[in-house]
Design a protein around this ligand. Structure first.
Ligand SMILES: Cc1cc2nc3c(=O)[nH]c(=O)nc-3n(C[C@H](O)[C@H](O)[C@H](O)COP(=O)(O)OP(=O)(O)OC[C@H]3O[C@@H](n4cnc5c(N)ncnc54)[C@H](O)[C@@H]3O)c2cc1C
Length: 469
């Protein structure tokens, strides 16, 4: 290949492929190098497959509830292979559409592993040398597993393998009670699998506002999910009856048997066999180090997405992809000022953006918080999912919202409004002055904002005030 590209992008996940599309819009001659399938973890074995399964599971739970209410005459019988088949079709459809889009706009795709990079050039496993003025490292992340005896036993799987099962396990142990662990717990418990979650920390969903975590955790026993917190897995071994996971909790050893063990203990940046330091790229704590323009210290080399070890979310990677392409085209965009929302697609869902109360306290801020219950939302009651809250946190001195924490049906769809509000420095009054459509869960956002003003209408929001001592 004799062409010199404006940008060579290593990795075709939501970071890399978005950089390629944005680069094309800006007139950059772009090549995308991908060793597996375009779409990366997100489209092939992360966001899209899990959310497809969760959508099916919501339908199954709705049918069970409808049967309990006598609306339909029997509970649904579920075909796990059909669910997995639908999940595969959704992935194929989305990845196929993306491949077509990239082909139609003329992005060159090289299906190969990049084995070496240096400023101005990348080399692939088949020996192809690709010259480019700029290089974007978008190689993503991979699962990290703690050193537990027996963790390599057959039947102990990562999130990648669990998405390729042909049979549903009867008993599933999930090591790790974070976001990904909880999403898989929600999927399998709804299908009738006995699920046990073992979490080393003293609560599940450590990143989530503690009030929401507590409320969410209280729903799990009713869903058939057992949870052990402050519990350290010591070893996993094979028995006549499957696998036995032995963990320590309050100085006692406890064993739980399973057909399958999922490790959901976090992800770490992944360089795909490359040595970025050889090219002059600085690695700090296992992640690529960049400035606010996403430039590494090496001439013409950028890095984006999970490989930076920040939020490790697809929308952050894609946002970075746009910024890197824009900077390559001569703009001076920065990535650091953006608010990054997070979602847990459990049932009910959880979403948040900005600071938690704990973070506001650590930052020495005085704040007020208002928590409005979804039990007082007509829409939540109509949807049969009134167990949730909308909590808003405001800095009264600066008169601006600093955090929003939501639990309830489809609250992942509401976090965009609050991300915009927080990023643009809006206040509770700005939200309250905005008419929200009825009947929607979004009305509860406005109600929570009213709680920070003269009081919410349909129920009293719980209002707290914190002043640093
Ligand atoms: C089960 C699960 C569920 C998730 N759900 C969500 C969710 O709901 N919402 C959300 O925002 N995030 C979710 N995530 C996280 C999300 O998938 C990642 O944040 C996102 O994929 C990161 O994008 P990326 O482009 O940085 O990297 P990746 O998607 O990891 O893509 C990197 C690409 O680089 C390629 N590559 C690596 N090395 C080389 C090389 N040497 N040569 C060529 N190609 C190479 C890889 O094959 C891969 O395709 C989930 C993750 C998992 C595991």
């Amino acid at each position: 290949m004799s062409d010199v590209y404006d940008a060579a992008i290593i990795g075709g996940g939501p970071g890399g492929y978005v950089a390629a599309i944005r680069g094309h819009q800006l007139g950059l001659k772009t090549v995308l190098l991908e060793k597996e399938r375009i779409g990366g973890v997100c489209l092939n074995r992360g966001c899209i497959p899990t959310k497809t399964l969760l959508a099916d599971v919501e339908g199954i739970l709705w049918s069970k509830q409808a049967a309990a209410h006598g609306i339909i005459d029997r509970e649904p019988s579920v075909s796990f292979p059909s669910m997995m088949q639908r999940k595969n079709s959704v992935v194929d459809k989305i990845v196929g559409g993306l491949e077509k889009l990239l082909g139609d706009i003329g992005v060159t795709i090289v299906e190969d592993t990049v084995t070496r990079l240096e400023p101005g050039e990348v080399v692939t496993a088949s020996g192809e040398r690709v010259q480019a003025e700029n290089i974007i490292i978008a190689t993503g992340s991979r699962p990290w597993t703690p050193p537990i005896e027996g963790i390599d036993s057959p039947g102990v799987v990562s999130t990648r393998e669990i998405l390729s099962l042909s049979e549903r396990p009867q008993r599933l142990v999930i090591i790790g009670g974070g976001i990904i662990g909880q999403e898989f717990a929600a999927i399998f418990a709804a299908l009738g699998t006995e699920v046990t979650v073992i979490e080393a920390l003293d609560r599940i969903l450590m990143q989530v506002d503690p009030d929401l975590t507590k409320r969410y955790a209280s729903l799990l026993p009713g869903r058939g999910i057992k949870t052990h917190t402050s519990a350290l897995v010591r070893h996993i071994h094979k028995t006549d009856n499957g696998l036995r996971v032995v963990f320590e909790k309050k100085s006692k050893e406890i064993a739980v048997d399973a057909d399958l063990v999922l490790t959901a203990t976090g992800r770490r940046p992944y360089f795909g066999g490359l040595d970025p330091e050889e090219a002059g790229v600085e690695i700090v704590d296992g992640a690529v180090s960049v400035d606010e323009h996403l430039r590494t210290g090496a001439e013409g080399i950028y890095a984006i997405g999970d490989v930076l070890g920040r939020y490790m979310l697809a929308h952050e990677a894609s946002f970075h992809g746009e910024i890197a392409a824009e900077n390559i085209s001569g703009m001076e965009r920065t990535a650091d000022k953006a608010c990054v929302p997070s979602c847990v697609f459990t049932i009910p869902q959880i979403s948040w953006v900005g600071m938690t109360e704990e973070e506001a306290q650590s930052a020495g801020l005085s704040y007020r918080s208002s928590t409005f219950p979804l039990a007082a939302s007509g829409k939540a009651v109509a949807l049969g999912e009134p167990r949730g809250w909308i909590k808003l946190i405001e800095d009264p001195e600066a008169n601006r919202l600093i955090g929003a924490h939501l639990m309830g049906p489809q609250v992942s769809e509401l976090i965009g409004e609050l991300t915009l509000a927080i990023q643009s420095g809006m206040s509770a009054s700005d939200l309250a002055d905005t008419i929200h459509a009825h009947p929607t869960i979004a009305e509860a956002v406005r109600e929570s904002a009213l709680g920070l003003l003269d009081g919410s209408i349909h129920a009293a929001a719980r209002v707290k005030q914190h002043t640093p001592t």
